[in-house]
Design a protein around this ligand. Structure first.
Ligand code: 5GP
Length: 226
């Protein structure tokens, strides 16, 4: 019999960080080395970008459809992030995946992370950072999705979000991608070893312990002084 039995249920891992910190890239790479994770696909009312795929990058819906989902209590958390566009985590599948033992990852903004913190005590919060603000600026410009005004807006939000990083349990600087991915994976692994994940410890009384030790017949015939 195993000495301890730990919870089979997966962990809920929230990953946030400023724009262009590489959260999605880290998760994509993580999925290649850790087959026990399930990355939630968020819903958004923001317009679809060039190479994005509906149902893969996000579920793209209209503002009205999103508001309908809020009214129907379908969202685990939601927030208006950039330019009043809605972003949110659909409740569907999350419980089922956690119960099946998957570690569920939510890549969401700080407002959403704080809502999860209120609702789910045992969730793990990881903040991903770019090494410098200059890196963020360069990545925003290189990516070229937004006009200058929108990029400044995202840059401002990045500063605000960094101020909140102490509300998280871990911080990972995405300097070398592979290192950042390994760090996030190590955090997930360490969390599995937490003592508060133990459900049962196999304990016996003294008589049972002696009996347990003497299961081997040869030992019973020996003179044992306990
Ligand atoms: P983007 O428009 O660049 O895809 O994402 C903008 C921001 O929205 C990012 O900070 C991203 O983490 C956040 N975001 C994406 N999905 C969700 C979600 O489901 N809920 C919340 N609260 N934020 C999200």
């Amino acid at each position: 019999m195993n000495i301890i039995k730990t919870k089979k249920r997966g962990s809920l891992i929230v990953i946030s960080g400023p724009t262009c910190a590489g959260k999605d890239t880290i998760c994509r790479e993580l999925a290649k080395i850790n087959k026990n994770i399930w990355i939630s696909v968020s819903c958004t009312s923001r317009p679809i970008r060039g190479n994005e795929v509906d149902g893969v990058d996000y579920f793209f819906v209209t503002k009205e459809e999103f508001e309908e989902k809020i009214r129907n209590n379908e969202m685990l958390e939601y927030a208006q992030v950039h330019y009043n566009d809605y972003y949110g985590t659909p409740k569907e599948h999350i419980k089922e995946k956690l119960d099946a033992g998957y570690d569920v990852i939510l890549v969401i903004d700080i407002q959403g992370a704080l809502q999860i913190k209120e609702k789910i005590d045992e969730a793990i919060f990881i903040f991903v950072l770019a090494p410098t603000m200059e890196d963020i600026r360069k990545r925003l410009i290189k990516r070229g999705y937004e006009n200058t005004e929108q990029m400044i807006e995202r840059f401002k939000t990045a500063y605000k979000e960094i101020n909140e990083l102490t509300k998280y349990n871990y911080v990972v600087v995405n300097d070398v991608l592979e290192d950042a991915v390994n760090k996030v994976n190590s955090i997930i692994t360490s969390e599995k070893c937490r003592v508060d994940r133990i459900e049962e410890v196999h304990l016996s009384n003294e008589e049972e312990i002696v009996h347990e030790f003497l299961v081997d017949k040869d030992l019973k015939n020996e003179e044992i002084d306990i």
